[in-house]
Write a protein that binds this ligand. Structure first.
Ligand code: 2BA
Length: 107
């Protein structure tokens, strides 16, 4: 058995959740925050059989869009003056970790 952690943009999370549930996967959604952008995202926990991992990843990938976001950055002129300018960062589609589960119980 595997546990999949999938970090998805909040904009895609409803669709991802709906599609996983429709395909009979059990899903837990956590409200999380990215450490770089400090923006909300959604982390899905999905426990599933080894042979279903690719199907889960394919569903998540199909419904998670890549997008760009502007974030403020700063540069120094070397004379104690700083200026702020926006830089483009690419976010998503999804960041996925797959881990082994030693034991699974539902009591
Ligand atoms: P954030 O940490 O808010 O990162 C948002 C996007 O900013 C990242 O998109 C990446 O393009 C960029 N970024 C992140 N850290 C950076 C840094 N130190 N310098 C420059 N650019 C940086 P994604 O890679 O698609 O990540 C989306 C979200 O997935 C992340 O939000 C974070 O919540 C999570 N994530 C990504 N990689 C992770 C990892 N290795 N471990 C844990 N969480 C991760």
């Amino acid at each position: 058995m595997k546990l999949i952690f999938a970090i998805v943009s909040n904009d895609d999370s409803s669709k991802v959740s709906k599609e996983l549930t429709k395909n009979r996967f059990s899903v837990t959604r956590l409200a999380t925050t990215g450490g770089f952008l400090m923006a909300g995202n959604t982390t899905f926990l999905i426990g599933t059989d080894d042979d279903k991992v690719d199907e889960v990843i394919s569903i998540i990938g199909k419904h998670s869009k890549k997008r760009t976001q502007m974030v403020p950055s700063s540069a120094s002129y070397g004379v104690g003056m700083y200026t702020s300018f926006p830089v483009e960062v690419q976010v998503g589609g999804a960041t996925i970790f797959v881990t082994n589960i030693e034991r699974f119980e539902k009591l």
